[in-house]
Ligand binder design. Sequence first.
Ligand code: FE
Ligand code: ZN
Length: 507
Amino acid sequence: MTPPRKKKMNLKQRYALMTRGLDWETSYQKMDDVFPYDTFEGIKITDWSKWEDPFRLTMDAYWKYQGEKERKLYAVLDSFAQNNGQLGISDARYVNAIKLFLTGVTPLEYQAHRHFAHLGRHIRGAGPRVAAQMQSLDELRHAQTQIHTISHYNKYFDGFAEFPHMHDRVWYLSVPKSFFDDACTAGPFEFFTAISFAFEYVLTNLLFVPFMSGAAYNGDLATVTFGFSAQSDEARHMTLGIEVIKFMLEQHPDNLPIVQKWVDKWFWRGHKMLGLVAMMMDYMLPKRIMSWKEAWEIYFTEAGGALFEDLSRYGLRVPKYADIATEEAEHISHQNWAIFYQYTQAAGFHTWLPTDEEMAWLSEKYPNTFDKYYRPRFEMWREMEAKGERFYNNALPQLCQTCQIPMGYTEPGDPTKIGFRSTEYKGERYHFCSDGCKDIFENEPEKFAQAWLPVHQIFQGNCGGADLGDVLKWYRMDNGTDNLDYSGSPDQQQWDAWQAARKKVAG
Ligand code: FE
Ligand code: ZN
């Protein structure tokens, strides 16, 4: 007699057994003691089993998929290095966008890895716990693949070598760093709302799509490859983001006002942080793909509009100040690039003024604002450069207590006036760039009053000394190499030498 064949389970059954089937209610210890973090925010969950994750990926399938992706990625990276792929990029100015990515974004991937690992331990429901655990592994992989990719550029260009050291110290890097620090010091549901929903679901396309198509368009195949490898994990992360929001809203009506406040907060914080990407798209890519304004229209106004329409059945509304963020999409890249131009002496990448051709592109893409408000300033700076009076701002700027960006943004409705807001807390006055940032502070003053603000720290003597040279040393930036204009930099000189050598070979 042949033994009965074991019935093969389908994917859904396997998944249930491999995740929920391994979970249990504790009996020796109280569940509240084992999972101490998932209640203090006030989010009420009545039935964790209602959690549905559409991905249903078991751990063994996960390792198989990810292993396959890694093999492909490293094959491409090897050939990029062996074929001197750095010679094929559009122009060495492009590399400055990658410097910003490695110093600003990659350490956030590592922070995400750590905090999703924390959630993979501390969420009471097995469904989201498993999803967080996988995402934690994804984020570690993202950090590693980015560092490996970019290590190739580090052999040929300045500004990369000290990226982890810089991330914790440099003034503009405290913008993305403080964003993540804020999320990681929040409770688990706020972290999910901040990172999985507001950032990965609502805003991530504004980071990855322009960055990766920008890389492709500028001949950087190494970055494209890690980008696509990460983007395929992103689909899972976005699913987690939308599932968390729907789950919270379906579980208890008391959750709505809490979730709404988080959505408002993290939309605004995300919008401010993405101003760095806006500047990269409009000013730093030698070959442009689309303007920030166009990207905002497609990925926020249209895609986000449809999303919030869908979520309105739960009572959730469009994030507060979304209209102001949309108005700012006409200005933010120009204002940010102007800030970096003025403070290029303290930045770990190079800046330059847009060429005539680039200014024509900016006029076409920003017919309402560029010629009127920004072209005259760039042209004046160009004249100053020509006279040998290149403009540097040697005063340290006031920073927004919430987003930590220098106060270079203008009033909604009046692009000729710098926006300032302030509030008092325990006898001290705090300053903000916008109503959005002021609201965030006023909702959690005890948290944001402690912010580590780079300019304040310099004034307090905590950043190596009082002079620019001292601070640069403390940042581990090489004066005259990592900072200042692209024109005249060692990066530029080397790039020009390569191009000259190629012309000679081509005859
Ligand atoms: Fe990631
Ligand atoms: Zn701000």
